[in-house]
Every structure is written in C-alpha cells, then in structure tokens.
Design a protein around this ligand. Structure first.
Ligand code: TXA
Ligand code: MG
Length: 331
C-alpha cells in the first residue's frame, strides 16, 4: 500500500496507477474510486466494500463536457439552476444515463446515473488528467460509518487497496445531498452537504424529502434500504425533551459496560460514563465530527448515547445518519 498527497499525485502523475481502485479525498467523505471505463476495477469496488450489487455507484466529474458524455438528452432546466448555484460542491443529481455507460455503473433497472462535481480543485485537476469520470462510493465497508480521514479508510481496507490519496480531514464530513426529479417529481433522496432549504431557495418551491423507502414503495435510491453508518457498539438515540433524565435512567442499566457519550458542547450529561467524544457546538461542526466520533467511540465502547438534533438545515442530514446508525431510538 502507498499513501500520497493530492499534490504528489498530480506532480508524479502516472496514468497506469489508475487502472485499479484507489482512494480519493473529497469535501464530503473519502471515496473508493475507479475510472468508469475500467469494468474490472469497478467490480473490485463492490467486492472490497462488500456492497450489494444492486446499489449503483455515483460518478464524479470535473467539467460539464464530461457530464454530457454520460447522460442521455439535455440537462433539465431545474438541474441547470442547481448546477449553477451548487457545483462544484456536495450535491449529487440523478440523470437519465447514456446507453454507452458500462453496465456495472448502470447495473440497475433504473436507467439513471448519479453525478456530482466535487469542490476540491486539485481533485478536479486529477480527474481532468485521468481524462475519465470516476465512480466513487464512500470508502467504508458497507454498513459502517463513512470515512472522513485517510486513516479511517486504512482501518477498513488496509492492503486490499494499493493506492491512497490523502487530502487531510474532510471539510464537510457527511456525504453529498442526493436530489433527483423522478417522473416529474422533485425528490430529496439523501439529505447531505447542501441543505433542503438551500435547494428550495434556489428552485423557488418546496421539495419532498424521501430519504427512506416505505414498505411497498418503488425503490428510487437503492442505498436507502440497507443498514448504514453503524458502529459495532449498540447506539441509543434519545429523542424526547427530557433526554437528560432518560439517558441517566438508561445509563444505570449499563453498569459494568463501557458507555460512551457523543456529546454537544455545553450540554450536561448527569450520569457516569467511561468515554466522551465532543461533536462541537454548531451543526456544521457536528457534521464534520459525526463519523469520526462514531468510529472513535466504537473502538472502546459497548454502548453509545447520543441526543437528537432539530431537523432543519444541517440537522436533517445528521439525524438521517443517526437514525440509520442507531439500534434503539428512545422517544
Ligand atoms: O459525498 C458523497 O456522495 C460520497 C463522496 C465519495 O462523493 N459518495 C457517496 O457514495 O456517498 P455512496 O455510494 O456511499 O452513496 C451514494 C448514494 C447511495 O445511497 C446510492 O444508492 C445512491 O447514491 N445512488 C447511486 N446511484 C443512484 C441512481 N442512479 N439513482 C438513485 N440513487 C443512486
Ligand atoms: Mg456510502
């Protein structure tokens, strides 16, 4: 395994290094990447992550001309507004996909492709030099918390990936927002780095949030149906206004176990716990630290306690991850 910085990757550019899966830093989370024209490498991504084969890969581009090569037809006008406002950045859009795209990317009955343009200019330079879009899901073992440092990825994949590019800790820390106009209906399929309010402001109308698939509903975003972001520890999410007394009551039941608190600055936790990880005070800081906190506490705790956040702005994305990471939700 070797690890290099983005600067080194650009300076000592060697196209043959990109024939197998490699790790890239993005502003959201680290990704495990392969060129979209390298079928064997794309297949290896599924194997390394343990990813179900019906969960398609998102594609990263560095220019609109790259986008036009992989989609069918024109860019819908609502998307043009969003692209103008939010690209490059943490917004993934669902397009009808070109028939020329590898079946491994199209590998589902949806006939669509999810695309985003990452905000880091050096990563876009690298995609430009490679000359092909990169498919890159989050670089974690399927189901576990996403990685926000290169060490998190090494912890999950080790030598199973040969080439790591280190860009330092991710700025945002939660995955991109996934948005699509599906059969004419604007749907927020995964809350993330761009808030629902920001998208609604740009479009001038309200959008529906459909980040969970209900029983019997047609699956539009396959990732929704799998358990996600979960450490091995048991995670309790406390929802009610009396969370402090409820937490204290539950804490009493875990005497002798290693209890961790994923806490907010200035909150008081009036009971005994063995580990504490501070998420920060504002929601942006909480986004940045959430996955690192889950991974850190998971190293030493049997049980992790977290309290809920309000569902507006960045809170919606954090709560989506927390609900999917939790084993128990205490109302
Ligand atoms: O921020 C991100 O989006 C990160 C970084 C590395 O770019 N990537 C990421 O990829 O989170 P992944 O694969 O972990 O999550 C992509 C989500 C999944 O829920 C997947 O089901 C959904 O996007 N998705 C992919 N292709 C889709 C498609 N054609 N239609 C609907 N949903 C799609
Ligand atoms: Mg993921």
């Amino acid at each position: 395994m070797y690890v290099e910085s983005l600067d080194e990757a650009l300076e000592h550019f060697d196209i043959s290094k990109y024939d197998s899966p490699f790790i890239i830093p993005t502003e959201t989370v680290y990704g495990i990447a392969a060129r979209i024209d390298r079928e064997e490498a794309l297949r290896q991504i599924f194997a390394i992550k343990g990813r179900p084969s019906d969960n398609p890969l998102i594609v990263h581009i560095s220019s609109l001309s790259m986008l036009r090569k992989i989609i069918k037809g024109n860019i819908p006008h609502q998307y043009q507004t969003l692209i103008h406002k939010f690209w490059p950045g943490p917004l993934t859009l669902i397009f009808e996909c070109s028939d020329s795209l590898s079946p491994v990317i199209r590998g589902n009955a949806l006939g669509t492709v999810a695309v985003r343009m990452p905000s880091c200019p050096k990563l876009r330079d690298l995609i430009d030099k490679i000359g092909e879009p990169l498919a890159a899901p989050s670089a974690n073992t399927s189901g576990s918390p996403s990685p926000t440092t290169v060490q998190h990825v090494i912890d999950d994949f080790g030598d199973r990936v040969a080439h790591y590019i280190d860009g330092g800790p991710c700025q945002i820390g939660l995955e991109s927002t996934v948005f699509g106009i599906i059969n004419g209906e604007p749907l927020l399929l995964r809350p993330g780095g761009i808030t629902r309010e920001a998208i609604e402001n740009a479009l001038g109308y309200k959008i529906k949030v459909q980040s969970k698939t209900q029983a019997g509903e047609k699956i539009i975003c396959p990732g929704q149906k799998y358990r996600h972001y979960s450490p091995s520890a048991t995670v309790y999410l406390f929802k009610g206004p009396n969370w402090q007394s409820t937490m204290a009551k539950y804490a009493g039941e875990f005497n002798g176990k290693s209890l961790g608190v994923l806490g907010r600055r200035n909150d008081e936790y009036p009971f005994k716990y063995s580990h504490y990880f501070e998420l920060g005070s504002d929601t942006k800081e909480c986004c940045k630290n959430l996955f690192a906190g889950l991974r850190e506490l998971d190293k030493s705790c049997d049980v992790i306690f977290i309290k809920t956040l309000s569902l507006d702005h960045e809170g919606l994305a954090i709560m989506d991850r927390l609900e999917k990471a939790s084993t128990h939700i205490v109302e």
